[in-house]
Design a binder for this molecule. Structure first.
Ligand SMILES: Nc1ncnc2c1ncn2[C@@H]1O[C@H](COP(=O)(O)OP(=O)(O)OP(=O)(O)O)[C@@H](O)[C@H]1O
Length: 462
């Protein structure tokens, strides 16, 4: 028999406790279990001895169900009390135990009959399966830890600019309470990232985070999607459906694009929030809710209220702690910080070790106004990384293909001179700084473009 005191932290060995009172069978078990040199096997001939040693945390237990001193049921109960997830393999005579099905119900990992012709194969298989289960559970635990790590605010929300410092201090205020949070900001500014970060930094982090994009769900389906329905509640309700609110119980529901919700449904949502309970469509049985609500919209909800598109009472109910995410163009050199972060991420995912950002590429990024915000920056960086072929990303690799930059340009109120500069800048970005092409499009001479560029350079950056 091997030593019996090695701890679980010794990853190379698997501690197996085997309880068996028949000395011959016990010898055979020891032989089989130590065929694998990484197994650290300890034998017990009574149930009491096994129970007393449980705090030594074995990884797997094999248990004869009929030990001389205590019943198999009692031993199992003790094991489950101390180590609920412990894989226990019952090895017993056919007549000794209740139906195997009953054993599985009480959480036994496997059941092997001593009379089984393939006992050896079955035992080794079962031990291997149990080991795989343990590894999986450990992986899940590591992932869970990583996930928590990942959601520390400044680890997922990259930025150190003044406006982002303010955001971080607001976010800290959401951690120790359940206050409703309403996030606004242009598309791609990170509203969902922020919502997730709030959830995973809060005491609800082990509960679910359920995101619902209101704009993405056809209006007739939204009510049942949010609140659920009973079988037969309406034509087409073939089976019961649990709604997103119910799914989010004990966790957080993130209602993205809340401004797109139909006014009739807004009334129902208000009721659910006020009463803190939900009834599935077709049911009169309300279900208590313990859900934190976070909403997001790129719309100006105050204006929507004024226009009669959004209920005022719901607006105030949902406002809670309002967080406005500034557009990327107002976050100064965060653009470069986020770019570096995205480059690192892309490099890791694609095994491109030496990706760097040249000075001129940095300047180009800093001068662009990113109407699509960080989502656009991400697309630009990923394309640039590919274009660079894996080395230094230069200005030429950076291409802007914004969908709505023309609209953005016209939305601002500017002087004629500013408009001219903005148009020149936009076209220079679009045509990769090709002055001849830009001059051609604007039907002016090259020197005019050069003059504008010179004048633009003399304007201090804001
Ligand atoms: N501060 C940040 N640092 C790093 N990545 C970010 C940051 N903010 C957002 N991102 C990334 O930018 C992308 C867009 O973010 P997200 O989906 O959260 O934006 P959104 O405001 O919810 O967009 P929409 O309004 O279109 O739903 C995601 O890939 C996200 O990981």
């Amino acid at each position: 028999m091997k030593s019996n005191n090695s701890s679980l932290s010794n990853h190379s060995s698997v501690k197996i406790f085997a309880a068996e009172d028949n000395p011959v069978f016990s010898k055979m078990l020891e032989y089989l279990l130590t065929l694998d040199p990484t197994h650290d096997v300890r034998l017990f001939s009574t149930g009491r001895e096994l129970i007393d040693a449980l705090d030594e945390k074995p990884s797997i237990i094999t248990l004869d169900y009929t030990l001389p001193d205590v019943t198999g049921e009692l031993v199992l109960k003790r094991i489950k009390q101390m180590h609920p997830r412990m894989p226990v393999i019952i090895i017993s005579g056919q007549s000794d135990v209740k139906a195997a099905v009953d054993l599985f119900k009480i959480g036994v990992f496997d059941y092997i009959s001593k009379d089984d012709e393939d006992l050896r194969e079955r035992l080794l298989n079962s031990i291997n399966n149990a080991k795989q289960n343990i590894e999986l559970a450990q992986e899940v635990e590591t992932l869970r830890e990583k996930l928590q790590d990942k959601y520390e605010f400044s680890k997922t929300i990259i930025g150190i600019s003044q406006p982002m410092q303010k955001i971080f201090s607001m976010l800290q205020k959401t951690v120790n309470n359940n206050i409703t949070v309403s996030i606004t900001g242009e598309t791609g500014t990170g509203k969902e990232v922020v919502a997730k970060a709030i959830h995973f930094n809060s005491s609800r982090k082990n509960g679910p985070f359920i995101a619902v994009n209101i704009a993405a769900i056809p209006e007739p389906l939204l009510e049942s999607e949010l609140f659920g329905h009973e079988k037969g509640a309406f034509t087409g309700a073939m089976s019961r459906r649990i709604g997103k609110f119910e799914e989010a119980n004990k966790g957080t529901i993130f209602l993205d694009e809340i401004g797109e919700m139909d006014i009739n449904l807004q009334a129902k949502l208000l009721r659910v929030i006020q009463e803190r309970e939900v009834s599935r469509i077709g049911s009169n049985a309300p279900i208590k809710l313990d859900v934190r609500i976070i909403t997001a919209t790129h719309r100006d909800l105050v204006q929507e209220v004024k226009n009669g598109n959004f209920r005022e009472d719901l607006y105030y109910r949902l406002l809670g702690l309002p967080i406005y995410l500034p557009p990327l163009r107002e976050r100064g050199s965060d653009i470069l910080l986020i770019s570096q972060h995205l480059i690192k991420q892309f490099a890791e995912e694609n095994r491109m070790e030496n990706l760097t950002l040249s000075k001129d590429a940095q300047t180009k990024l800093m001068h662009y106004h990113f109407p699509g915000n960080i989502r656009e920056l991400k697309a630009v960086i990923e394309l640039a990384a590919v274009m660079s072929g894996g080395g230094e990303i230069t200005a030429e690799d950076i291409q802007f293909n914004s969908i709505n930059q023309d609209d953005q340009l016209l939305q601002k109120e500017m002087t004629m001179r500013e408009y001219t500069f903005a148009i020149v800048k936009m076209l220079m970005d679009k045509y990769n700084n090709n002055v001849i092409q830009v001059a051609d499009i604007l039907q002016v001479g090259k020197s005019t473009i050069y003059r504008y560029l010179k004048e633009m350079e003399s304007i201090p950056n804001d």
